[in-house]
Write a protein that binds this ligand. Structure first.
Ligand code: SF4
Length: 120
């Protein structure tokens, strides 16, 4: 039996690898070699931590859950406009320093523009 952290890591990897198709909860616990009870407990724990989303689906005439990873890949494209990339103060910028990302207006504005909800 794998250690608890190894088991959770493997479970999250299985869900992540399923991508946008999602992974049936039963396929997760079968892939892990654990009981359905243990698999359900893990899925609920991950959902509480916002690591996954559980969606109720009808599969082979029975209601079950599909699991979707909430982990987003960071791509170069996603940071190409970050002001830090061209900032002249980059080498002096650190938490507790004279300049800091914690109170940097350009960085704050960039982060806000990248986390805004899309228009409905
Ligand atoms: S956080 Fe602000 S000051 Fe620091 S490197 Fe980025 S843009 Fe420059």
């Amino acid at each position: 039996m794998p250690k608890k952290n190894d088991l959770e890591r493997k479970a999250l990897q299985l869900v992540f690898d399923a991508g946008s198709e999602g992974l049936l909860q039963s396929d997760m616990w079968k892939g892990l070699g654990v009981t359905s009870r243990e698999g359900s407990r893990l899925a609920l724990k991950f959902e509480e931590k916002d690591a996954i989303e559980r969606r109720k689906v009808l599969h082979n005439g029975r209601w079950t859950y599909k699991l979707f990873s909430q982990t987003k890949l960071v791509t170069l494209e996603s940071i190409k406009d970050c002001p830090c990339i061209v900032c002249e103060g980059l080498d002096k910028c650190f938490e507790g320093g004279q300049i800091s990302p914690l109170n940097c207006q350009p960085l704050t504005l960039w982060m806000e523009s990248n986390t805004a909800e899309p228009d409905a």
